[in-house]
Design a protein. Sequence first.
Length: 209
Amino acid sequence: MPADSAGDLEELLVTAADLAGARLDDFTELPSPSSDEDPPPMTAATPELTAVLNRAFGDKAAREVRTSFVNADSTIVVDEGVSERAAGAAVAWMADMRRVYAECAAWTMSIGDQEITVAVVDPAGDPGEPLKVEQRFGDEALMRTMLAGPAGQQARITTLLVRDGDRALELTFRSMAGAPDGPEAARLATAMSKFLDLAPAKFLGRPVG
């Protein structure tokens, strides 16, 4: 990892300058991250899982930097965060996230007077083959896809978490859920492939590609 200087975490984030070299010219950096807000309250099937769910998604790192990118027609948003936690805390956080995805097939988020259902996509049926992706990165990695919202208006959210010591990368892709064989799905798959080459490599100090 780079030396621990004041801006060391920022140096691990993808920048606008990195996009062209990664053939991501369709994306631009947003003026401010799109995911700075605290997560809404969430409810799982049991009180115990509800506690784990809110602890995992509400976890606060000791230090964190974030950025976001959007494609030309605003159909795909990519959020990236790099964080550093106290000794051992990143391992515990990843364990919580693994438990969430293993034991919570679905949960609800409370946003105002709305209850939004979030369902985890079975990795075995995900064309992104997340389990193979996880084997490529860091001390440990976790990748899952979720569908949020009512049928016909669902958002597709795919998140890759990579832990390297006490530091972690969060890379999240957000788009509307379309037909799996449609043009939007193909564009999303292409963008994901390029960002999955770029962001973890920069975070881990490896060559891109």
